[in-house]
Design a protein around this ligand. Structure first.
Ligand code: SF4
Length: 238
């Protein structure tokens, strides 16, 4: 297992913590608005940061851990993003080694692997989980452009909901909102499908220029429109 990319320091990826963000390759979804298309087929061949990669073929775990050790004075946490991190069977092992350094761990997930999520929660390996809810059930496959295991996604959402309400576990749901993919009615229906959810953020779509489907003509709702929507539906917008 190798790390496909890294942001050495971030103040925005883990709420109220300074973190290093690492990206694991591979994903079972193909969202057209994906900001990390180069990670979807990553097979330990590329890296976004040769500075801590001895081989130039992804960041070796030992190199990552020694980098984190050297940064411990400056960071509180590591965010594990992707791609879809839970596709990596060695994820619990990697997290265990990161936590042994005394760092908190946040996981970004699309919710497709409730079994891995159960293990991570049960073993206290994650301190924060951000899960994507992509769309209402009947539009899921249109948005992720792959077969959707809705049962798995619902099971992951339920796990987080229970951990949040019963143990105060820190987590969030988040939804990227593209005008062409989700109508106001779709968002309303989606929120109803997950009642009593943990904090939920609607993220206004933006295109950094290299999204997976640049032909998709995706666009954002105007900021005022999103604010109005957030207020009406009682969800946060960012
Ligand atoms: S789930 Fe995330 S990483 Fe995977 S394709 Fe969608 S946006 Fe990209």
């Amino acid at each position: 297992m190798k790390i496909a990319g890294i942001i050495k320091s971030s103040l925005i990826d883990y709420p109220e913590k300074a973190s290093t963000v690492i990206f694991l390759g591979g994903c079972n979804f193909r969202c057209g608005y994906c900001h990390n298309p180069e990670l979807l087929h990553f097979q330990d061949e590329t890296t976004q940061d040769d500075a801590i990669s001895a081989s130039g073929e992804g960041i070796n775990i030992e190199n990552l851990l020694s980098f984190l050790r050297s940064r411990k004075r400056f960071i509180d946490a590591v965010c594990i993003s992707g791609g879809e991190p839970t596709l990596n069977r060695e994820l619990p092992l990697l997290i265990g080694r990161i936590k042994a350094l005394g760092l908190a761990v946040k996981l970004d997930t699309n919710g497709s692997n409730p079994k891995m999520l159960t293990d991570l929660l049960k073993n206290g390996l994650v301190d924060y989980v951000a899960m994507d809810i992509k769309a209402p059930a009947d539009k899921y496959e249109q948005v992720i452009r792959n077969p959707a295991d809705l049962k798995a996604i619902k099971a992951s959402a339920q796990l987080l909901k229970d951990a949040h309400s019963q143990e105060g576990f820190a987590c969030e749901f988040r939804t990227t909102v593209c005008k062409e993919l989700l109508s106001e009615r779709d968002i309303e229906r989606m929120l109803k499908e997950y009642p009593e959810a943990p904090p939920w953020y609607l993220q206004r779509f933006h295109n950094p220029g290299n999204i997976l489907d640049n032909e998709g003509q995706y666009s954002a709702y105007p900021a005022e429109e999103m604010e109005r929507l957030g207020k009406r539906l009682c969800v946060s917008v960012r």
